[in-house]
Design a protein around this ligand. Structure first.
Ligand code: PYC
Length: 433
């Protein structure tokens, strides 16, 4: 087991430790013989000061901490979460990865994330179970077909593999889809994006947490931020339920509560919070080898390595902080799924849940500096945050280390709303909202 605090690093957390390695022998030993698994990260005392405090222990906050330490040598960093690591959007999303966006800024950004995800298991020495299945966005009418063609052209221009395919090709990729022409929503074609796929979301969270900890970062669960101290226009500290921390840099990497945290620093953001519901079935043998999305039917589905079908929809039509599933959602979902794949009528849903989505007016995130010096934002992730975890972590770490927003996130600053330079991604943001 890792000891407390600084046993494996220097007092300022500046020395890198090796994360534990699991051999086949140790898996058998811990799985069968022993009940005591080594801890993946330490439990640390809260220091009275840190160079950087990251609010939010999801994939964005943890990735930023990891890249701050690994790429920039900034290790006196704390990640605070009021619950447990991955308790928010990182543990509640449907784990779809893709980069087939609509704007060149969006495509380039998410493509970098895909590249980081492809190498993440080796990078973190942790199996994140990335499965490159291919991603299909179905078009049921002429206008969505037009948008698919537009997206395919932008994707190709930026070097991302996407093309529009016809119903016969769709059927070849997903034989269980009903592509007949006498349905209510006939499939006219699809945007096919071969690099898309799914990943194991909790493994991504744990992998980043473990690697950040090994670099000396402090991970503080059950640590709620109650205030942010600003003096003369700059951040000087954070108040928490466990005490005060002096710090010149705070990153708001929360979802759901991002406006609450920004308000504490006196920074207003154009964000509204909506629930998004999802559900999972019992496991069945593998038969769905691509991620399937239908904007018109407001549904997406993929099959996990365990055989379960994971379904999601668009956000609920009202702003709320509720994370409960509803019967209306399941009823609508079942109807829409059966329009697409009637053969699924006998499958049983096992669980449903909801997560919180911070929606911005242009369906793009907000990343970078704010009018308060030292207070940074990585928020407004709507329904597209999980797939961006690695690239936003990398870019936010660079922003904090160099005090300059790198080119890859230049378009996503808070200033774009005042300047009217929006990055309109509505046509490519999950399903129609
Ligand atoms: O952006 O691909 C996406 C997505 C899937 C589920 C929610 N968002």
């Amino acid at each position: 087991m890792f000891g407390n605090n600084h046993r494996n690093g220097s007092a300022n957390g500046s020395r890198k430790r090796r994360p534990p390695r699991y051999s086949a022998f140790s898996l058998i030993k811990h799985g069968v013989v022993s009940t005591e698994w080594p801890r993946a990260w330490r439990t640390c005392d809260l220091r009275s000061s840190y160079d950087v405090v990251i609010v939010g222990g999801g994939v964005h906050g943890l990735a930023t901490a990891y890249y701050l330490a690994r790429n920039h040598g900034i290790r006196n960093v704390a990640v605070l979460d009021k619950g447990y690591l991955g308790a928010g959007g990182s543990g509640r999303n449907t784990a779809i990865l893709r980069s087939n966006y609509l704007t060149p800024e969006g495509v380039r950004f998410y493509d970098r994330s895909m590249e980081l995800y492809r190498h993440l298991a080796a990078d973190l020495n942790f199996n994140v179970m990335f499965s490159r299945k291919g991603h299909l966005t179905l078009a049921h009418n002429d206008s969505s077909l037009r948008t698919m063609r537009w997206r395919a052209e932008v994707n190709k221009h930026v070097g991302v593999d996407s093309e529009v395919i016809d119903p016969a090709q769709v059927k070849e990729l997903v034989p269980y889809l009903d592509v007949s022409t006498d349905t209510r929503y006939p499939i006219l074609g699809a945007l096919y994006h071969p690099p898309g796929g799914i990943i194991r979301h909790d493994a991504v969270v744990w992998g980043y947490a473990r690697a950040a900890d090994a670099h000396g970062v402090h991970l503080h669960q059950r640590t709620e931020v109650t205030g942010i101290e600003v003096q003369n226009g700059r951040v000087v500290g954070v108040r928490t339920n466990r005490g005060r921390i002096a710090t010149p840099v705070v990153l708001n990497a929360t979802a759901g509560w991002s406006t609450l945290i920004s308000d504490m620093a006196g920074v207003r953001t154009p964000v509204q919070t909506f629930p998004l519901q999802a559900a999972v079935t019992e496991p069945v043998r593998p038969f769905l080898h691509a991620v399937v999305v239908s904007g018109s039917l407001h549904v997406y589905v993929s099959q996990t390595d365990r055989g379960e079908l994971v379904f999601g929809a668009s956000v609920d039509p009202f702003a709320s902080y509720s994370m409960r599933g509803s019967l209306e959602f399941v009823e609508g979902l079942a109807g829409h799924v059966l329009e697409l794949m009637p053969a699924l009528s006998k499958m049983r849903l096992m669980r449903q849940w909801a997560g919180l989505c911070d929606m911005t007016p242009d369906y793009s995130p907000i990343m970078g500096e704010t009018p308060v010096e030292g207070f940074y934002l990585d928020v407004g992730w709507g329904t597209y945050g999980f797939k961006a975890g690695p690239v936003s972590g990398e870019a936010m770490a660079e922003t904090i280390a160099t005090r300059r927003r790198p080119e890859i996130i230049a378009a996503f600053g808070l200033d774009r709303f005042a300047e009217g330079a929006l990055v309109g991604e509505k046509g490519a943001a999950a399903v129609g909202h």
